[in-house]
Design a protein. Structure first.
Length: 150
């Protein structure tokens, strides 16, 4: 049976492509979902793709990933990256490999974006590759969970 990965997205990422294209590019979240789905398929992986503007809902998705025996998580926690101990705790409790991804290079931005709570639970962090970072993150996760390119 195919392994499943969860790709989770935090607050405001539903606005991708609709505002600030100079910062985040013109691709929409639907485009990101397509890119992730195609990449997951390349590695023979099934994918669950979610977005929420609500911190607790993201915690529930993370718990669900473990309950459903997912193989790993790719997460762009958006602004919760810099504030959420709840998301850090949920990711730590899953004991699943986690890849943190950011569309922008957060280290080039305001100082409050330089610290990530989530990184403490992440095997790797991808930042600044635009939406291609999602494909790279899935590729990296595939390597960690032993999924081979088809
Ligand atoms: O670079 C990233 O991916 C971020 O996670 C994006 C978050 C930001 O708070 C993080 O520091 C870095 C913001 C997501 C908001 O997404 C928007 C998309 C289009 C237009 C406006 C906001």
């Amino acid at each position: 049976m195919a392994q499943t990965i969860y790709v989770l997205n935090g607050p405001n990422l539903n606005m991708l492509g609709l505002r600030e294209p100079e910062k985040y590019g013109s691709a929409t979240l639907a485009d990101v979902e397509r890119l992730c789905g195609d990449t997951a398929k390349r590695f023979g992986l099934d994918m669950v793709f979610r977005q929420s503007n609500i911190e607790g809902e993201l915690v529930t998705f993370i718990q669900e990933a473990r309950l459903k025996k997912a193989a790993g998580i790719v997460i762009n926690p958006a602004a919760y990256t810099h504030t959420s101990v709840a998301i850090l705790d949920a990711l730590t409790l899953t004991e699943l490999p986690v890849i943190e991804i950011h569309i922008t290079n957060v280290h080039q931005r305001e100082p409050f974006r330089h610290h990530s709570y989530v990184s403490k639970a992440a095997k790797a962090v991808m930042a600044g590759f635009g939406i291609q970072g999602y494909a790279l993150a899935i590729q990296g996760l595939a390597g960690i969970i032993g999924a081979k390119e088809k």
